[in-house]
Design a protein. Structure first.
Length: 111
C-alpha cells in the first residue's frame, strides 16, 4: 500500500553549496560546507559528512547563480543568509528548521 501524503510546504530539489556556522555562545564556533538536498521556506536537508548535533543553533548562507540574458555578459548571484536549528542529525546529513528572519543581497559581477 502506498501512502501519498502531501507536505504542508512545497520542497525544491536543489544542490547548492552552503556555509553553515554555529551560533550557540556556549559552543566553540564550528563551520561546515554542506550541499543542500532540498529546501522549502520552512527548512531544508543538508548533506554533510559531519552533521551538527540536534538543537544546535546555526547561521546558513546560500549562493544562487541567476540566469541572465544571452546578451548580458555579466554574472548575477543572489546571496541568502538566515538562521535556524538542527532538528535531525543522521550519518549522511542534517535536517534544519529555518527561522522566519533572513537577509538577502543581490550580487552582480561584470567581466
Amino acid at each position: 500500500m502506498s501512502w501519498d501524503h502531501p507536505r504542508a510546504l512545497e520542497r525544491f530539489d536543489f544542490e547548492l553549496p552552503a556555509l553553515v556556522e554555529t551560533t550557540d555562545s556556549e559552543q566553540q564556533k564550528t563551520c561546515c560546507y554542506p550541499v543542500t538536498r532540498d529546501i522549502s521556506c520552512a527548512g531544508g536537508y543538508f548533506h554533510t559528512k559531519n552533521p551538527l548535533a540536534e538543537k544546535t543553533r546555526i547561521k546558513i548562507g546560500l549562493l544562487f547563480e541567476l540566469k541572465k540574458s544571452e546578451s548580458d555578459s555579466g554574472k548575477s548571484h543572489f546571496f541568502l543568509e538566515f538562521t535556524g536549528q538542527v532538528v535531525r542529525a543522521e550519518e549522511q546529513g542534517m535536517a534544519v528548521r529555518f527561522d522566519q528572519d533572513y537577509q538577502h543581497v543581490s550580487i552582480t559581477k561584470q567581466e
